[in-house]
Design a protein around this ligand. Structure first.
Ligand code: FMN
Length: 177
């Protein structure tokens, strides 16, 4: 698929089939996150690619809370994204420009993962709703770290692609020719 097609067809999946995800495919997705751009090349991230059945079960309970993300009960694998310390240049730039590059960097890396997954025939849903404490216990992540996102990864059993609900281009684009 070319990139424009990928951008059109990638969508958040909330209906996964029972098919397991090959761990090598998760590795491939994270490889594209590794190549993502980041402020001052700070690469402030660590990824846990989880397909182990017991761990997946535990992660489900951390992302499905308060009745939110119930679909996660069928998610076969997750990528958990932990923020790592960026480099001194990025930290300095962030302070001078008052801009949180670290979270921007992580967002870009996660986009790479989602597009890579689409290209591999997988579906994803980025999850910002989770109990961080439970995830840290499950994955032995130190309390001092921050988990920024979780990405559900699996094979979709949903029907055709939904229509995208987006603001019109004219509203979000100011083109200065
Ligand atoms: C930072 C972030 C957090 C999100 N958290 C959740 C979530 O916890 N549960 C969920 O079902 N979708 C979540 N989503 C998916 C969005 O709802 C979805 O991307 C948006 O509605 C656009 O739909 P699409 O991805 O199908 O194009 C999240 C997306 C982002 C980028």
């Amino acid at each position: 698929m070319d990139f424009f097609e990928l951008a059109k067809t990638r969508e958040s999946c909330r209906s996964f089939s029972d098919k397991m995800v090959e761990p090598e495919l998760l590795t491939k997705c994270v490889e594209t996150a590794r190549l993502a751009p980041s402020a001052c090349n700070g690469q402030p991230w660590h990824f846990f690619a989880v397909s182990n059945e017991d761990k997946v079960k535990q992660i489900r309970t951390c992302v499905h809370t308060a009745g939110i993300n119930a679909f996660a009960e069928k998610v076969p694998s997750f990528i958990v994204v932990v923020e790592e310390k960026t480099n001194i240049s990025s930290r300095l730039g962030a302070r001078i420009n008052d801009n949180d590059y670290t979270q921007l960097d992580i967002g870009i890396a996660c986009a790479h993962i989602c597009f890579a997954a689409s290209e591999l025939g997988l579906s994803t849903c980025i999850l910002g709703w989770f109990t961080e404490k439970g995830l840290k216990e499950c994955l032995d992540i130190p309390k001092s770290k921050r988990i920024r996102l979780v990405i559900a990864v699996g094979y979709s059993d949903a029907k055709p692609i939904r229509e995208k609900k987006r603001q019109p281009l004219a509203e979000i684009l100011t083109q200065i020719k």
